[in-house]
Design a protein. Structure first.
Ligand SMILES: C[S@@+](CC[C@H](N)C(=O)[O-])C[C@H]1O[C@@H](n2cnc3c(N)ncnc32)[C@H](O)[C@@H]1O
Length: 217
């Protein structure tokens, strides 16, 4: 018998958070490990601004967060969230596609490498599902992220698929990440394999230091 007291329905309350975590939780867990005060980071899919706010907390008042979304409404909601949390001062928001983010970044912080770029793909719940992310622009943005990450920097992807999102973006993004040069990046894929509801796939692309291939663990 464990030390935990049984509740009335006989279930033993969980003392710790679950070890098996979903794609969003894993994205946060990984990004938290590499982003610190003063860093430059990108939220490639701002949506309701949850990830933008998360990145802004990590980057601190001396950091800079660029956030992109094709929907004006999403950018408005993100701005409101950041204002409420007093985090807007360190963020620049763009109502435009993330496929332009390399150009934006080069104009705002030329030569400054990125600590992390977060992608939360698919559509915004409650908004027009047709405005969800699409393979060609997602892959263009991933390439721009990879070119600008510092060694040790991460691009994380929560890859939603199925339903209105279909499978096209998933298949194209998976083909793309499987083709990434193993000498330049370590790429991880994690997914729940016993659910029929298409839970999002987690991808993490870590830029390696030049000349260092990640040894097998
Ligand atoms: C799953 S939602 C993101 C949720 C968000 N991370 C949050 O914290 O609420 C995906 C978002 O990607 C946006 N999107 C679609 N195509 C895009 C593109 N080319 N560039 C940037 N954002 C895009 C959609 O408008 C939508 O808001």
């Amino acid at each position: 018998m464990t030390k935990e007291k049984m509740s009335q329905d006989g279930a033993i309350p969980l003392a710790k958070p679950p070890v098996v975590r979903n794609a969003l939780a894993l994205s946060h867990e990984y990004v938290r490990k590499v982003v610190g005060s003063g860093d430059l980071v990108v939220d490639a899919t701002a949506g309701n601004g949850h990830d933008t706010a998360f990145l802004a907390e990590l980057a601190g008042p001396d950091g800079l967060v660029l956030a992109f979304d094709v929907q004006e409404d999403a950018i408005r909601r993100t701005r409101d969230r950041l204002e409420t949390l007093c985090l807007l001062d360190r963020c620049r928001l763009f109502a435009e596609g993330h496929e332009l983010f390399g150009e934006r970044l080069d104009g705002i912080a030329p030569g400054r490498p990125l600590a992390a770029v977060m992608f939360n793909l698919g559509y915004l719940p409650g908004a027009d599902h047709a405005l969800g992310t699409k393979a060609p622009t997602t892959i263009a943005a991933l390439q721009q992220a990879m070119a600008r990450l510092r060694p040790g920097g991460l691009a994380t992807v929560a890859l939603y698929y199925g339903g209105d999102s279909g499978f096209e973006e998933r298949d194209a993004v998976l083909r793309f990440v499987e083709s990434i040069d193993v000498h330049a990046f370590a790429v991880q894929k994690t997914e729940m394999v016993n659910s029929r509801s298409c839970p999002p796939i987690f991808l993490c692309i870590e830029k390696l230091s030049p000349g260092k291939v990640r040894p097998p663990a």
